[in-house]
Structure formats: C-alpha cells, structure tokens
Design a binder for this molecule. Structure first.
Ligand code: CTP
Length: 403
C-alpha cells in the first residue's frame, strides 16, 4: 500500500518532446497502485501514441478523437469527476495559457475545467517562453487558484538553449503528486522530525567511526509522515538514498551536530522519531592532521557522545509543542528488557524494538520486524514487514498521540 494505491490519477500529456518521459511517469504511478487514465492532446500524439500509455497503465488512453465518439457526453466531464488528481506533464505554454483562462477546446482542457480534484502542472517549454511575461502571468493566475507546480527545472533543453523550462524528472513529479494527495492527511499542519542513518565521529581529517545503519528505515518514516500530510524535517548523515520529495533535509555528520539540529527543530515540531543509530562514543581528541603510519599504531581514547533522546527528555518541559517522541531500540539480546529500560529513561511515548541478530530484519535489508512498546505498558508485536509498512504503522500510531 502506498498513498497512490487505488487513487484515480488523470495524466494529461501535451505536445512537448518531454512527452516521452510522461510514459515513465505513467508507469511509476501505476507501479505504486494508482489507476492512471491518460489524455493526450493532438500535439502530444505527434511525439507519443496512446498505445505507449495503454501498454504501461493497462487502461485506455484517451485522445481528442474520443471527444467526438459515442460516449463523448460522459467522457467530457466523467474523467475529471472520478479523478483524485490531474497531473499535466509535460504542460506546454499553450495548455498552461488555456487552463489559466478557462479555455476548453480539447479533451484535456475540458477535463481540467470540469475537474473537482487538485491540479498539478509540470511545465515544459523553452526558457524564453517560460520567462515571457504572458506565461509568468498565467503561472501566477493558476498559483492563486491553488494549482500546484512541479518545476520547471533549470538545464539544457532540446533546442540547445539552457535555462528554466525543462520538465522535472518523473521521480520528482511523482513525489509532488504524493504531496498533493497528502494535503488532507491526518498530520496536515503538523511538523514531524525524523532522524535517519548513522553518525560519523571523526578520528582525523580522513577517518571516522560509524556503524552499519543504512538510513532506509528513517527515510521510509520521513516518506510515511509526508504521505500523512506532515511537514517533515529529516536530519540525516549523507546516506546516498533518494531524498523524500518535500522533506526539509538537514545534513549532519556527528552526534553533536545531530543533537544541535534536533534541538533546534524541536522548538517548532509536534513529534520526533529518532530512527538514527547515533554514536554512543566519540574520540576524546580528534587529530587535526592525518595520523601517519610512521608514527606507530595510534591509541584511540573514546569519550561519551551526547545522548540526543536523553537531552530532549530533559528539555521536554520547555518544548511546548512537542507532544510525541518515538525511539528505536536495536538489540542483539534481551530485547524487551532493554527496550523497556530505554523507553523509561528517555521518556518516550513509545519505542520500536528490533532484534538486529535476525537475518531478515534490521540493518541494510528492506524488511524489519519490530515490537512497539508503549509507556503505559501496552505491547504490539508487528509481523515481518517491509520498512515502508513498518514506517506507515509507526506514523499511524504517532498520529494517535496528536489527535
Ligand atoms: N539515541 C540517542 N542518542 C544516542 C544514542 C542513541 O538519541 N547517543 C537514540 C537512538 O536514536 C534510539 C534510542 O536512543 O532511538 C536507542 O538507541 P540505542 O543505540 O538502541 O540505545 P543506547 O541509548 O545507545 O543504549 P545502549 O548503548 O545501551 O544500547
């Protein structure tokens, strides 16, 4: 299940060379469980065919000829009425102008006018056309009507020119579509902080101590919170994972940097999920210069790194907005006993405990098996799930503390 599962998405494709990328977008939406109905304008049909889209969505793709077919009277309003979201990608300057001014001269623009749901536009045109005052005025008109814009991006265009006007990549449009669908979610108006990945404690300018955390569970939690409509601050070390679209990312390396970022974000946040595997130890003295072999094997002396959840627990009295704090406990033995001790000492609302000695759960793999332990003594042993499903469950439980 994703936020796109079972949703009716209308994808309008207009006459730009970026139309070929719309097939990838249609495929990605379909893979995430959406029912995707595609409408091509006659311009789009010059670049791609209805068959291209039918092949990836498994559903009929509509063209202007359908407007004059036997079912036209149903089609011209029917498609828009069913849809949760209309995405126009790519959207040419011409179609942008038509929808800004309420023109309805083809199946796509009629549908846009007859539509009840939200509209997401991904412009694609030459930079000069996008910057033209007429287009800029049309963008402003649509933004005032709460139409969402995905891009355009800066970069090289098919004409050889460079500038603002490139269609955003399908993955980014997909992320924007998720945000559009999430806007009425239960966490709408709330800010949730998620920490992810491990931390890196420097030894010298080239070496550091870290751990095996991949960041996957934390990134899945950030996406789940976004899907529930929250504003998300993702505090993470550079993991190389794709950033969930819409999250405010704060990159940190050390436990101290993570502590500072978390405390600052806690001032305005409603919830904190500490999924990061924070270092417990750091170097007592970080060498300013690279340690050299010729100087012999270094003796490393460690000291305690800050306990972030412990510090948040102490500050909780002054963090008026912060209503819910969730921790993780990665244990290789005495799972329940250790998790309960952490739940209490860190004053958490609940903790997600997992056995890291299991092969199919924990670090680096895509699945996880966690038990949720609550401050009031309740326990909830979840079965083996994907990290995405674990994230959705944790976010749903967190939402209960904010209602
Ligand atoms: N945590 C933290 N600051 C630290 C270490 C951990 O805030 N310096 C958080 C983790 O993000 C997690 C929870 O505390 O949500 C438990 O982390 P874990 O490493 O399992 O526990 P520790 O507190 O490090 O305790 P122990 O070393 O006994 O396992």
């Amino acid at each position: 299940m994703t936020i796109l599962s079972g949703k009716h998405i209308l994808l309008g494709v207009t006459g730009s060379i970026a139309a070929y990328k719309a097939a990838d977008l249609a495929s990605k939406l379909t893979q995430q469980g959406a029912l995707v109905d595609v409408i091509l304008t006659s311009g789009a049909e010059k670049f791609v065919t209805a068959l291209t889209f039918q092949s990836v969505t498994g559903r009929k793709a509509f063209v202007d000829a359908d407007l004059w077919g036997g079912e036209a009277h149903i089609l011209h309003v029917g498609l828009g009425h069913q849809a949760d979201l209309l995405i126009i990608a790519p959207c040419t300057a011409n179609t942008l102008a038509k929808i800004a001014h309420g023109l309805a001269d083809n199946l796509l623009t009629i549908t846009a006018l007859a539509m009840n749901g939200s509209l997401l536009v991904a412009p694609a045109m030459d930079a000069g056309m996008y910057e033209h005052p007429a287009t800029q005025e049309n963008v402003r008109i649509l933004q005032e009507r709460s139409v969402r814009f995905a891009g355009p991006a800066d970069g090289r265009m098919a004409s050889g020119l460079s500038g603002k006007g490139r269609m955003l990549e399908p993955a980014e449009i997909l992320g924007q579509a998720r945000l559009a669908l999430a806007k009425n979610g239960k966490l709408n108006g709330r800010r949730i902080i998620v920490t992810a990945g491990g931390t890196q404690e420097p030894i010298d300018p080239v070496r550091y101590i870290t751990n095996r955390s991949s960041g996957k569970q934390g990134y899945a939690l950030a996406q789940a919170a976004l899907d529930a409509g929250a504003a998300v601050t993702l505090v993470t070390h550079p993991t190389g994972l794709a950033t969930p679209i819409g999250a405010d990312v704060v990159e940190v390396r050390t436990a101290q940097e993570m502590l500072e970022a978390v405390l600052k974000a806690c001032e305005t946040a409603d919830g904190l999920i500490m999924a990061a595997a924070v270092a417990d130890f750091r170097m007592k003295h970080v060498s300013e210069h690279k340690l050299k072999k010729r100087d012999g094997i270094p003796q490393i002396e460690l000291s305690a790194a800050p306990d972030i959840l412990g510090t948040v627990a102490q500050a909780r009295g002054s963090l008026k907005k912060l209503k819910v704090v969730v921790g993780f406990a990665a244990e290789s033995r005495d799972l329940e006993e250790n998790a309960v001790a952490k739940l209490k000492s860190k004053q958490l609302n609940f903790i997600a405990a997992n056995d890291i000695s299991a092969q199919d759960a924990g670090f680096a793999v895509d699945s996880n098996r966690v038990t949720l332990l609550y401050a009031d003594g309740r326990q909830d042993a979840l079965p083996l799930m994907s990290k995405d499903q674990v994230a959705e469950t944790i976010v749903a439980r967190l939402t209960g503390f904010l209602e």
